[in-house]
Design a protein around this ligand. Structure first.
Ligand code: ATP
Length: 384
């Protein structure tokens, strides 16, 4: 699959579809004679965020990810990059094409980085689509859960744990009402036996399982926890573990301390609540696995209510989604832009993005590392 072929010889690269912390995703058209002008998504993973080594050290005798010598210091973006390719390859080899897992068609490498040629998902992100629906009900949410569980079941059978399952990593393939939902973004995933990925340093901990927070053994059950969080938000419009600081949020997650407050949850079926409680069980062994979920009466639609969801739930989901996007844009822009890193008024700019103190601290640490590695920026610029 990997070779010295040039991306530009085989694909026409078009508009930007989105940006991640270490990547940019563009639309592409296959110009190979056999390509039939198929549209694809080209995810370009940049080699290093600042061309500086940030001091990540492999903890294991094995290489952190294949391609890096033992104990060699590598940058976060290199780890994510190599990990994503490794996991995507494993998916190509071990998971037969599954309607709910993004397909990888090809990989190219050049001086700009590594380009993953992916199935193009033009149907939008999970929550964007839900909030735009005129008729949203439990049965609709059940279809979403069924599709994610089906994709997870295939991944878990191949010993792949996603580790970063969240709504923005679930995209609809197309705009049709019956479009499949695809699980994507395997930058933090792990293939048991092979990788020892870094825990995500940026973004929300809303979906992270207690065992991931406590550095315990992360397994396929950790993805089931994340699915429980997604389901809770789908039916209420807010996350189950709600706190103003990450420290407090962590405590709630570790204790599995959440509730179904009467006002919001009174119209939701007891079957859905039972399902959420089983997924948000602190002991990973007691959570249902993906295959069991696919047999659950609520997931197959038998006990999911058909009544329209309260307007309040949809409007809360709308604001939750909007706020999340705004913050993600801030984090992505800081991580991807050197210019911004050198901007004196960075902190006040970030202020307008409504970041939490913890998110600001994470960015401050990132900034500090870049400075320590010789970048012209200084920490005082951030603290100003
Ligand atoms: P990172 O991988 O650095 O954690 P991320 O998860 O935010 O970042 P990416 O996977 O890099 O994001 O994707 C960035 C954006 O590009 C996404 O928000 C998504 O909207 C869009 N995108 C990614 N993959 C596809 C795809 N296959 N088809 C259509 N759009 C995509």
């Amino acid at each position: 699959m990997m070779g010295q072929r040039l991306l530009s010889d085989e694909y026409e690269v078009k508009d930007v579809l989105g940006r991640g912390g270490f990547s940019v995703v563009r639309r592409g058209v296959n110009t190979k004679p056999s390509g039939g002008k198929t549209e694809v998504a080209i995810k370009t993973l940049k080699r290093s965020v600042s061309d500086h080594n940030i001091g990540m050290v492999s903890r294991d005798k094995k290489s952190l990810v294949s391609g890096f010598p033992i104990w060699k210091q590598v940058s976060i973006s290199d780890v994510l990059l190599t990990n994503e390719i490794l996991v995507m390859r494993k998916i190509v080899e071990d998971v037969s094409p599954h309607p709910n897992v993004i397909h990888l068609y090809d990989v190219y490498e050049d001086s700009k980085g590594v380009h993953l040629i992916l199935e193009l998902c033009s149907g939008g992100e999970l929550f964007d689509r839900i909030v735009a629906q005129e008729r949203y009900n439990e049965a609709g949410a059940a279809v979403v859960v069924q599709q994610i569980a089906s994709g997870l079941s295939a991944l878990h059978q191949a010993n792949i744990v996603h580790r970063d399952l969240k709504p923005e990593n679930c995209l609809f393939l197309n705009e049709s009402e019956r479009s499949p939902l695809k699980i994507m973004d395997f930058g933090l995933s792990s293939v048991e036996e092979f990788t020892d990925p870094v825990v995500g340093l940026f973004g929300s901990i809303d979906y992270v399982s207690p065992e991931a927070l406590s550095q315990g053994r992360i397994s396929s059950a950790s993805d089931m926890w994340s699915l429980g969080v997604i389901l809770y938000i789908l039916l209420s419009g807010y996350p189950p573990f709600h706190a103003t600081s990450n420290r407090h949020k962590q405590q709630l997650i570790l204790a599995g301390d959440f509730s179904f407050d009467e006002h919001t949850w009174k119209n939701i079926s007891s079957s859905a609540k039972q399902l959420i409680s089983s997924l948000l069980t602190v002991d990973p062994h007691k959570r249902p696995n993906a295959q069991e979920l696919l047999l659950h009466p609520w997931v197959i639609g038998d006990s999911a209510k058909q009544d329209l969801m309260d307007a309040e739930v949809v409007s809360r989901l709308q604001s939750f989604n909007a706020r999340r996007k705004f913050r993600a844009a801030a984090i992505a822009s800081v991580l991807s832009s050197k210019v911004l890193l050198r901007t004196k008024r960075l902190r006040s700019m970030l202020g307008s993005y409504d970041l939490s103190p913890d998110e600001l601290e994470t960015l401050r640490m990132h900034f500090k590392t870049v400075c320590a590695n010789g970048d012209n920026a200084t920490l005082s610029e951030f603290d100003e």
